[in-house]
Design a protein around this ligand. Sequence first.
Ligand code: TRP
Length: 333
Amino acid sequence: MARIFSGIQPSGELHIGNYLGAVKNWVQLQATHPGAIYCVVDYHAITGSYDPAVLRARRWGMAKSLLAAGIDPAKAVLFMQSDVPEHTELSWIFTTITPLGDLERQTQFKDKSAKVESIPAGLLMYPVLQSADILLYRADSVPVGEDQIQHLELARDTSRKFNLKFGVEYFPEPKPLLTPTRRIMGLDGNAKMSKSLGNTIGLLETDDEIWQKLRPAMTDPQRVRKSDPGRPEVCNIFQLHKAFNDETTVTNVAAQCRTAGWGCMDCKKVLLEGMVQELTPIRRRSEDLDAEPQQVLDALADGGRTARGIAQQTISEVREIMGLGAMTAAALG
Ligand code: TRP
């Protein structure tokens, strides 16, 4: 049975972009892959400048909304990366077998380093830590979006290099399990939905808050008047219909748009209904967790213990393989 591992940055409460693009898939995978391991990667979140108080709040917001979205501690392991220090230990080990050139070639490093005056070495090492995250649990399937493919290639190279260098078949070669939903566009229709661009709908927002954001959201720019036929295939609202409504509704929405039977407001109201249906139970669970925050802490403590148990086992085997195992008088001979 495949072992699943995935990680998400502690960016605070989830929005519908990261819910549809990643977390909904994580929730579904719990049914087919009991014991899937999901991690809030807070050590990855400190490679740029940040405010510690904000990071603390965002770690909390992410953990809470993952549970609200349906990550179930009875089926999956949910934990905070920094609760398992073995991630950093394996990461150091991997730096010793990773060619510098491979790291400098990573697209994400090139993009991010171009924007700062002084480049923290941690930014370069980011994908090494990511490889360590995955291989620490000897995971072979990693549910991610397309933007992570290059990082996973590096994880496979690292696994292969380690095995070859030490003559073992210890680490598997982790493969991406691509999220079925394509990347979700922001409400402005210009760019990927992302917190830093302010074009999101929060997963925990109320029906009214959602409507206030849907109402002015961009649709097909060529549809100026209600009588103009629309093009669902270029409309970001239609993309959300596909995520939140059933096939019959989606087919009807497309037909109403093309024939100008409905205006964009009519269409958005139908979207709102679909969203409310899926998001209401999530918001309720989140309210329960707000009332009883100990539930979140307990889930993380539990997940952290399970993850750490696996991680310590791996590290002790890795140390043994590398000649870093415990020294005994007998073995010294
Ligand atoms: N780099 C990933 C992202 O930005 C997050 C991440 C860190 C991750 N470690 C991981 C994803 C391990 C999958 C597996 O989305």
